[in-house]
Design a protein. Structure first.
Length: 681
């Protein structure tokens, strides 16, 4: 026996001796003990102990293996990791399942006792708190509690600046901003656009904001940051202020905003509509829930939205995922609540057939679930919400191989909402092969993904971003997207040559967005197929038919590739169809109802109606066509669209459906807070 083999056996011996008798099922509980045998009566305390017991048994993949995780809170300081050695088989996956009436909650958040929040007594800090908030604001000593990621923001950033997050009774608390309504403060004019070499931007602010800018000027040395849509609505950056001249009413930035400041269409002075706001300023903590950090003194100032006593107060200051798989295969995560990290909730790398089923992912600063590489991973019947960035990111496959190699990941029957809470642009509900924004976008291989039967809603910008090849998007309902800024679709792509092709969109329902578009190819198309989709109420108002925001189907298609667009309906959109169709395209049997002027599509292939052409119930968003609908007599080739099958469905994990269409039927469109016109169009 070699010395190396002997050492390995000696290392394994304690684990083998401690391994419980194999029973096929192990139990984990918050009050368990890792010295226990892992039975229902005597459970383990940690997931790692259960994982290692399965490894030691040698039975994973040979027979059914289940780790049952009892309800309660599992605090984690690092990711729970599964590797190739933890794999099951296609016939016998290893299942990690939450059980019991209470959810099994996995979190890396730090619990903060209410006693650590004290009244603000320091005269300097107290003078900075708005007078009306002084009786309510409390201070927390971050250094005393050892809270990490509490250093000052960088000079320029697009996310949360890398600092911790605060949660109160399971809700993300917002960093303080001024003004409280984003979109209510704009630059007066730009004095210096700035360049990346040695000149930062300079702008003049408006007189009505004198008081706040004077307060900011007094504490610039402590660090003041402003965030804005400095040049276009698809670019949102925060930047530290260098100096403020209160006499001249000018702000000089302390860092360089990408491409400089001021509308790209109206340089050098800008349009006077560029929105910005002040963030993380103690002087702006004037609303329940708001908080700010004084980085110099490492103090957090919080205006609690309710009684601190008995409240569940958490701070997330860990950047690792909650669960991380690395080349693991045939593993299922079932019925778990995954929350409270500055990283991704779940990160899957490589491997095959990792399934996330019936889980809830919430309160994370990055993506809820990120899938990088591997094949045939699936997310089913799960809820993802309160996400700092996007919902689910998918990559994998090989687009350059001949033939292309599919990854085949699946997202099905998931309710993904209230995403992009920190990163306001290009952080969608689902991201398929898209990295970056606008002209700087980069395509990441994401071949043959299937995205179907999902509800994706309440996001500031994109619903779904897509690039790459051979992807299928079907039976999805995407609504209340582009709530903050525009030039964005329910489904949106910006690809460079060689980065996109053969994507299919069928039976999707896209609706109720104040300024979003439906299926939107912003640059290249390359043989897309789009049929059986419905776009409804896209644009600032229901009946106003001017302007170029709110297009049911928008395809710039600058490479003039053939496209197939047929059997679609656009209703009450500012523009129904705007299609650049290359030679050999199919454009037929499309319907526009009460839409504004179409571009490049009026004539054969498009039938327009000024009123209801035969819907079952337009007022209730039931756009199925009656048997005697005029559409069928006008377009004998038009096929019914199965609206009743679009969106979420019931199964063992989703036992009831939310009344989203009933709510959307009552939605009143209006001008959003940030609504620059897109002159590129």
């Amino acid at each position: 026996m070699t010395n190396t083999l002997l050492r390995r056996l000696l290392l394994l011996l304690p684990l083998l001796l401690a391994a419980p008798a194999w029973a096929g099922t192990y139990y984990v509980a918050p009050d368990g003990d890792d010295a226990n045998p892992g039975t229902a009566a005597e459970p383990f305390a940690t997931l790692e102990r259960a994982r290692d017991a399965v490894r030691a048994s040698g039975q994973a993949g040979k027979e059914a293996v289940t780790i049952k995780i009892k309800g309660g809170v599992y605090r984690r300081g690092e990711a729970f990791k599964l590797e190739a050695a933890d794999s099951g088989s296609a016939a016998h996956p290893v299942v990690y399942e939450g059980i019991g009436d209470a959810p099994a909650r996995l979190t890396s958040a730090t619990v903060v006792d209410a006693k650590h929040f004290t009244p603000v007594k320091d005269p300097l800090h107290l003078s900075r708190v708005p007078e009306t908030a002084r009786p309510h604001v409390r201070v927390l000593d971050l250094a005393a509690l050892g809270i990490g990621y509490a250093d000052a923001y960088p000079g320029v950033f697009t996310d949360n600046g890398g600092i911790f997050e605060l949660f109160f009774n399971n809700k993300r608390m917002p960093i303080s901003i001024y003004p409280n309504e984003q979109g209510k403060m704009t630059m007066k004019r730009v004095l210096e656009n700035g360049n990346p070499k040695n000149v930062n931007g300079v702008f003049e602010y408006r007189e009505e904001h004198d008081a706040m800018h004077k307060k900011m000027a007094a504490v610039v040395d402590r660090g003041v940051w402003i965030k804005g849509y400095w040049r276009v609505v698809w670019q949102n950056e925060a930047v530290r202020i260098g100096s403020i001249d209160t006499e001249a009413r000018t702000v000089t930035l302390g860092g360089h905003v990408t491409h400089g400041i001021g509308s790209k269409y109206k340089r050098p002075q800008g349009s006077g509509e560029e929105v910005y706001w002040v963030m993380n300023l103690l002087e702006a903590v004037d609303q329940p829930g708001e908080w700010a950090v004084d980085f110099k003194d490492r103090k957090l100032f919080f205006y609690p939205p309710g009684d601190l006593g008995g409240a569940d107060i958490l701070i997330t200051d860990t950047k690792t995922p909650i669960i991380e798989t690395d080349n693991a295969s045939h593993v299922e995560l079932r019925g778990l609540v995954i929350e409270g990290t500055l990283g991704h909730g779940v990160h899957i790398r490589g491997g095959e057939d990792v399934r996330i089923v019936g889980c809830t992912v919430r309160n994370v600063a990055n993506y809820g679930i990120a899938v990088k590489g591997g094949k045939k991973h699936a997310v089913r019947s799960s809820d993802l919400y309160a996400l700092g960035a996007g919902g689910i990111a998918l990559t994998g496959g090989d687009a350059e191989a001949t033939p292309r190699v599919p990854a085949g990941h699946l997202v099905e029957n998931c309710d993904i909402h209230h995403f992009g809470e920190i990163q306001k642009v290009y952080a969608p509900g689902i991201n398929v092969g898209f990295d970056g924004g606008g002209g700087g976008s980069r395509v990441v291989d994401a071949v043959r993904m299937v995205v179907r039967h999902n509800a994706i809603h309440h996001g500031p910008h994109a619903g779904v971003l897509f690039n790459s090849y051979d992807n299928l998007f079907e039976y999805n309902e995407v609504f209340h997207f582009a709530l903050l800024s525009n030039d964005m679709g329910a489904f949106y792509s910006y690809a460079k040559p060689g980065g996109i092709g053969n994507n299919t969109f069928r039976y999707n329902f896209m609706h109720s967005s104040p300024q979003g578009d439906g299926v939107y190819y912003d640059n290249l198309a390359n043989h897309p197929t789009i049929y059986g989709n419905i776009s409804y109420r896209l644009g600032p108002t229901e009946v106003v038919k001017s302007g170029k925001r709110g297009c049911g189907f928008l395809m710039k298609n600058f490479n003039n590739s053939p496209v197939e667009i047929y059997n679609n309906i656009a209703i009450n959109c500012r523009i129904g169809y705007w299609i650049n169709a290359g030679e050999g395209s199919t454009f037929r049997d499309n319907v526009a109802v009460n839409c504004g002027d179409n571009i490049g599509t009026d004539g054969p292939g498009l039938t327009r109606y000024d009123r209801d052409p035969g819907f079952v119930d337009l007022a209730k968003l039931d756009f199925r066509l009656r048997d005697n609908a005029k559409v069928y007599s006008d377009l004998p080739g038009f096929k019914p669209i199965p609206l009743e099958k679009i969106g979420l469905y019931k199964d063992d994990y989703r036992t009831s459906l939310p009344p989203y269409r009933e709510v959307a039927a009552q939605w009143v469109p209006g001008e959003p807070p940030i609504a620059y016109e897109i002159l590129d169009r």
